[in-house]
Design a protein around this ligand. Structure first.
Ligand code: SAM
Length: 282
């Protein structure tokens, strides 16, 4: 039996269900249940909250979330091999764990959860950034979730919390800092996982702000910053040409020099540019 519940240790679960890690699914499993309980606590007070977990795998973090008092957990896992292991956890926590065997990109979690909702996950590297951008760019704000507690490669985590002017500053920093307060709350070495990945990892906690720091349409802002940082060495008037033929006028109108590069421009100015583009389309 484990330290946090009456279920078997994760090593035994993996052996029993023959869950040899698949690289194609980004499988690096956390085996230490004290660590997964700690990550669950980093998500804040879970009592009275529903939690969405993406990629539960053999269920280490799922067990942490349930042991830390989550009202209900919805766990979406692509690998069918993991479902019997997850069913054992559901049996141990009657009525509190719903599992879906599917791709997180295709499931609408709101059909299964009620507010307040928190999201917590050790994300698969192949869909982690896409999911984060989706959660940050819904048309309406506040979003359906209160906070995100997400494990990423450390380099991605650093890009989310990066300061303007730094090398890591880019689309992720802008979108995250526009509508949330992101902080790195835990760093983990490769040995914390099985199999160990080649890189360090970090947990980022993002709390949704009640309103975005500056007004802007999420679709337009996302398009502008994606184009600007895709060609980050270029002057903005060339990097953003694809966004609008009148880009130079828009840049001038909001006080950004067309010869500047993306990393020299702050969040407030990018939001002003997005508003100018939205209000005066070409
Ligand atoms: N949460 C477990 C843990 O911490 O030990 C496993 C984390 S592992 C890094 C990522 C998990 O996401 C794997 O179980 C993998 O099968 C699953 N996964 C990969 N792509 C997915 C997708 N598109 N939708 C849902 N789950 C996915």
């Amino acid at each position: 039996m484990s330290t946090i519940d009456n279920l078997p240790p994760l090593r035994d679960v993996i052996a029993t269900h023959e869950l040899a890690a698949k690289k194609s699914l980004g499988q690096n499993f956390l085996l230490d249940l004290n660590l997964t309980a700690k990550i669950a606590r980093l998500a804040g007070d879970l009592t009275g909250a529903d939690v969405l977990e993406i990629g539960p795998g053999p269920g280490g973090l799922t067990r942490g979330l349930l042991a830390e008092g989550a009202r209900r957990v919805l766990a979406i896992e692509k690998d069918p091999r993991c479902m019997p292991a997850l069913a054992e956890i559901a049996d141990a926590y009657p009525g509190r764990l719903k599992t879906i065997n599917g791709d997180a990109l295709d499931v609408n979690p709101l059909e299964h959860l009620t507010a307040p909702i928190k999201i917590a996950a050790n994300l698969p590297y192949n869909v982690g950034t896409e999911l984060l951008v989706r959660w940050l760019t819904p048309p309406e704000w506040p979003p359906f979730w209160e906070s995100l507690t997400l494990m990423f490669q450390r380099e991605v985590a650093q890009r989310i919390v990066a300061e303007p002017g730094s090398k890591a500053y880019g689309r992720l920093a802008l979108l995250a800092q526009w509508r949330t307060d992101p902080r790195i709350v835990l760093e983990l070495p490769p040995e914390a996982f099985s199999p160990p990945p080649k890189v360090n990892s970090a947990v980022v906690h993002l709390t949704a702000l009640p309103t975005p720091r500056f007004p802007a349409d999420p679709g337009v802002l996302n398009k502008v910053v994606a184009a600007a940082f895709n060609q980050r060495r270029k002057m903005l008037r060339s990097a953003l040409k694809s966004v609008s033929p009148d880009i130079e006028d828009h840049l001038n109108a909001v006080g950004i020099k067309p010869t500047e590069r993306a990393e020299q421009v702050g969040l407030e100015a990018f939001c002003a540019l997005a508003r100018s583009l939205e209000n005066n389309p070409a």
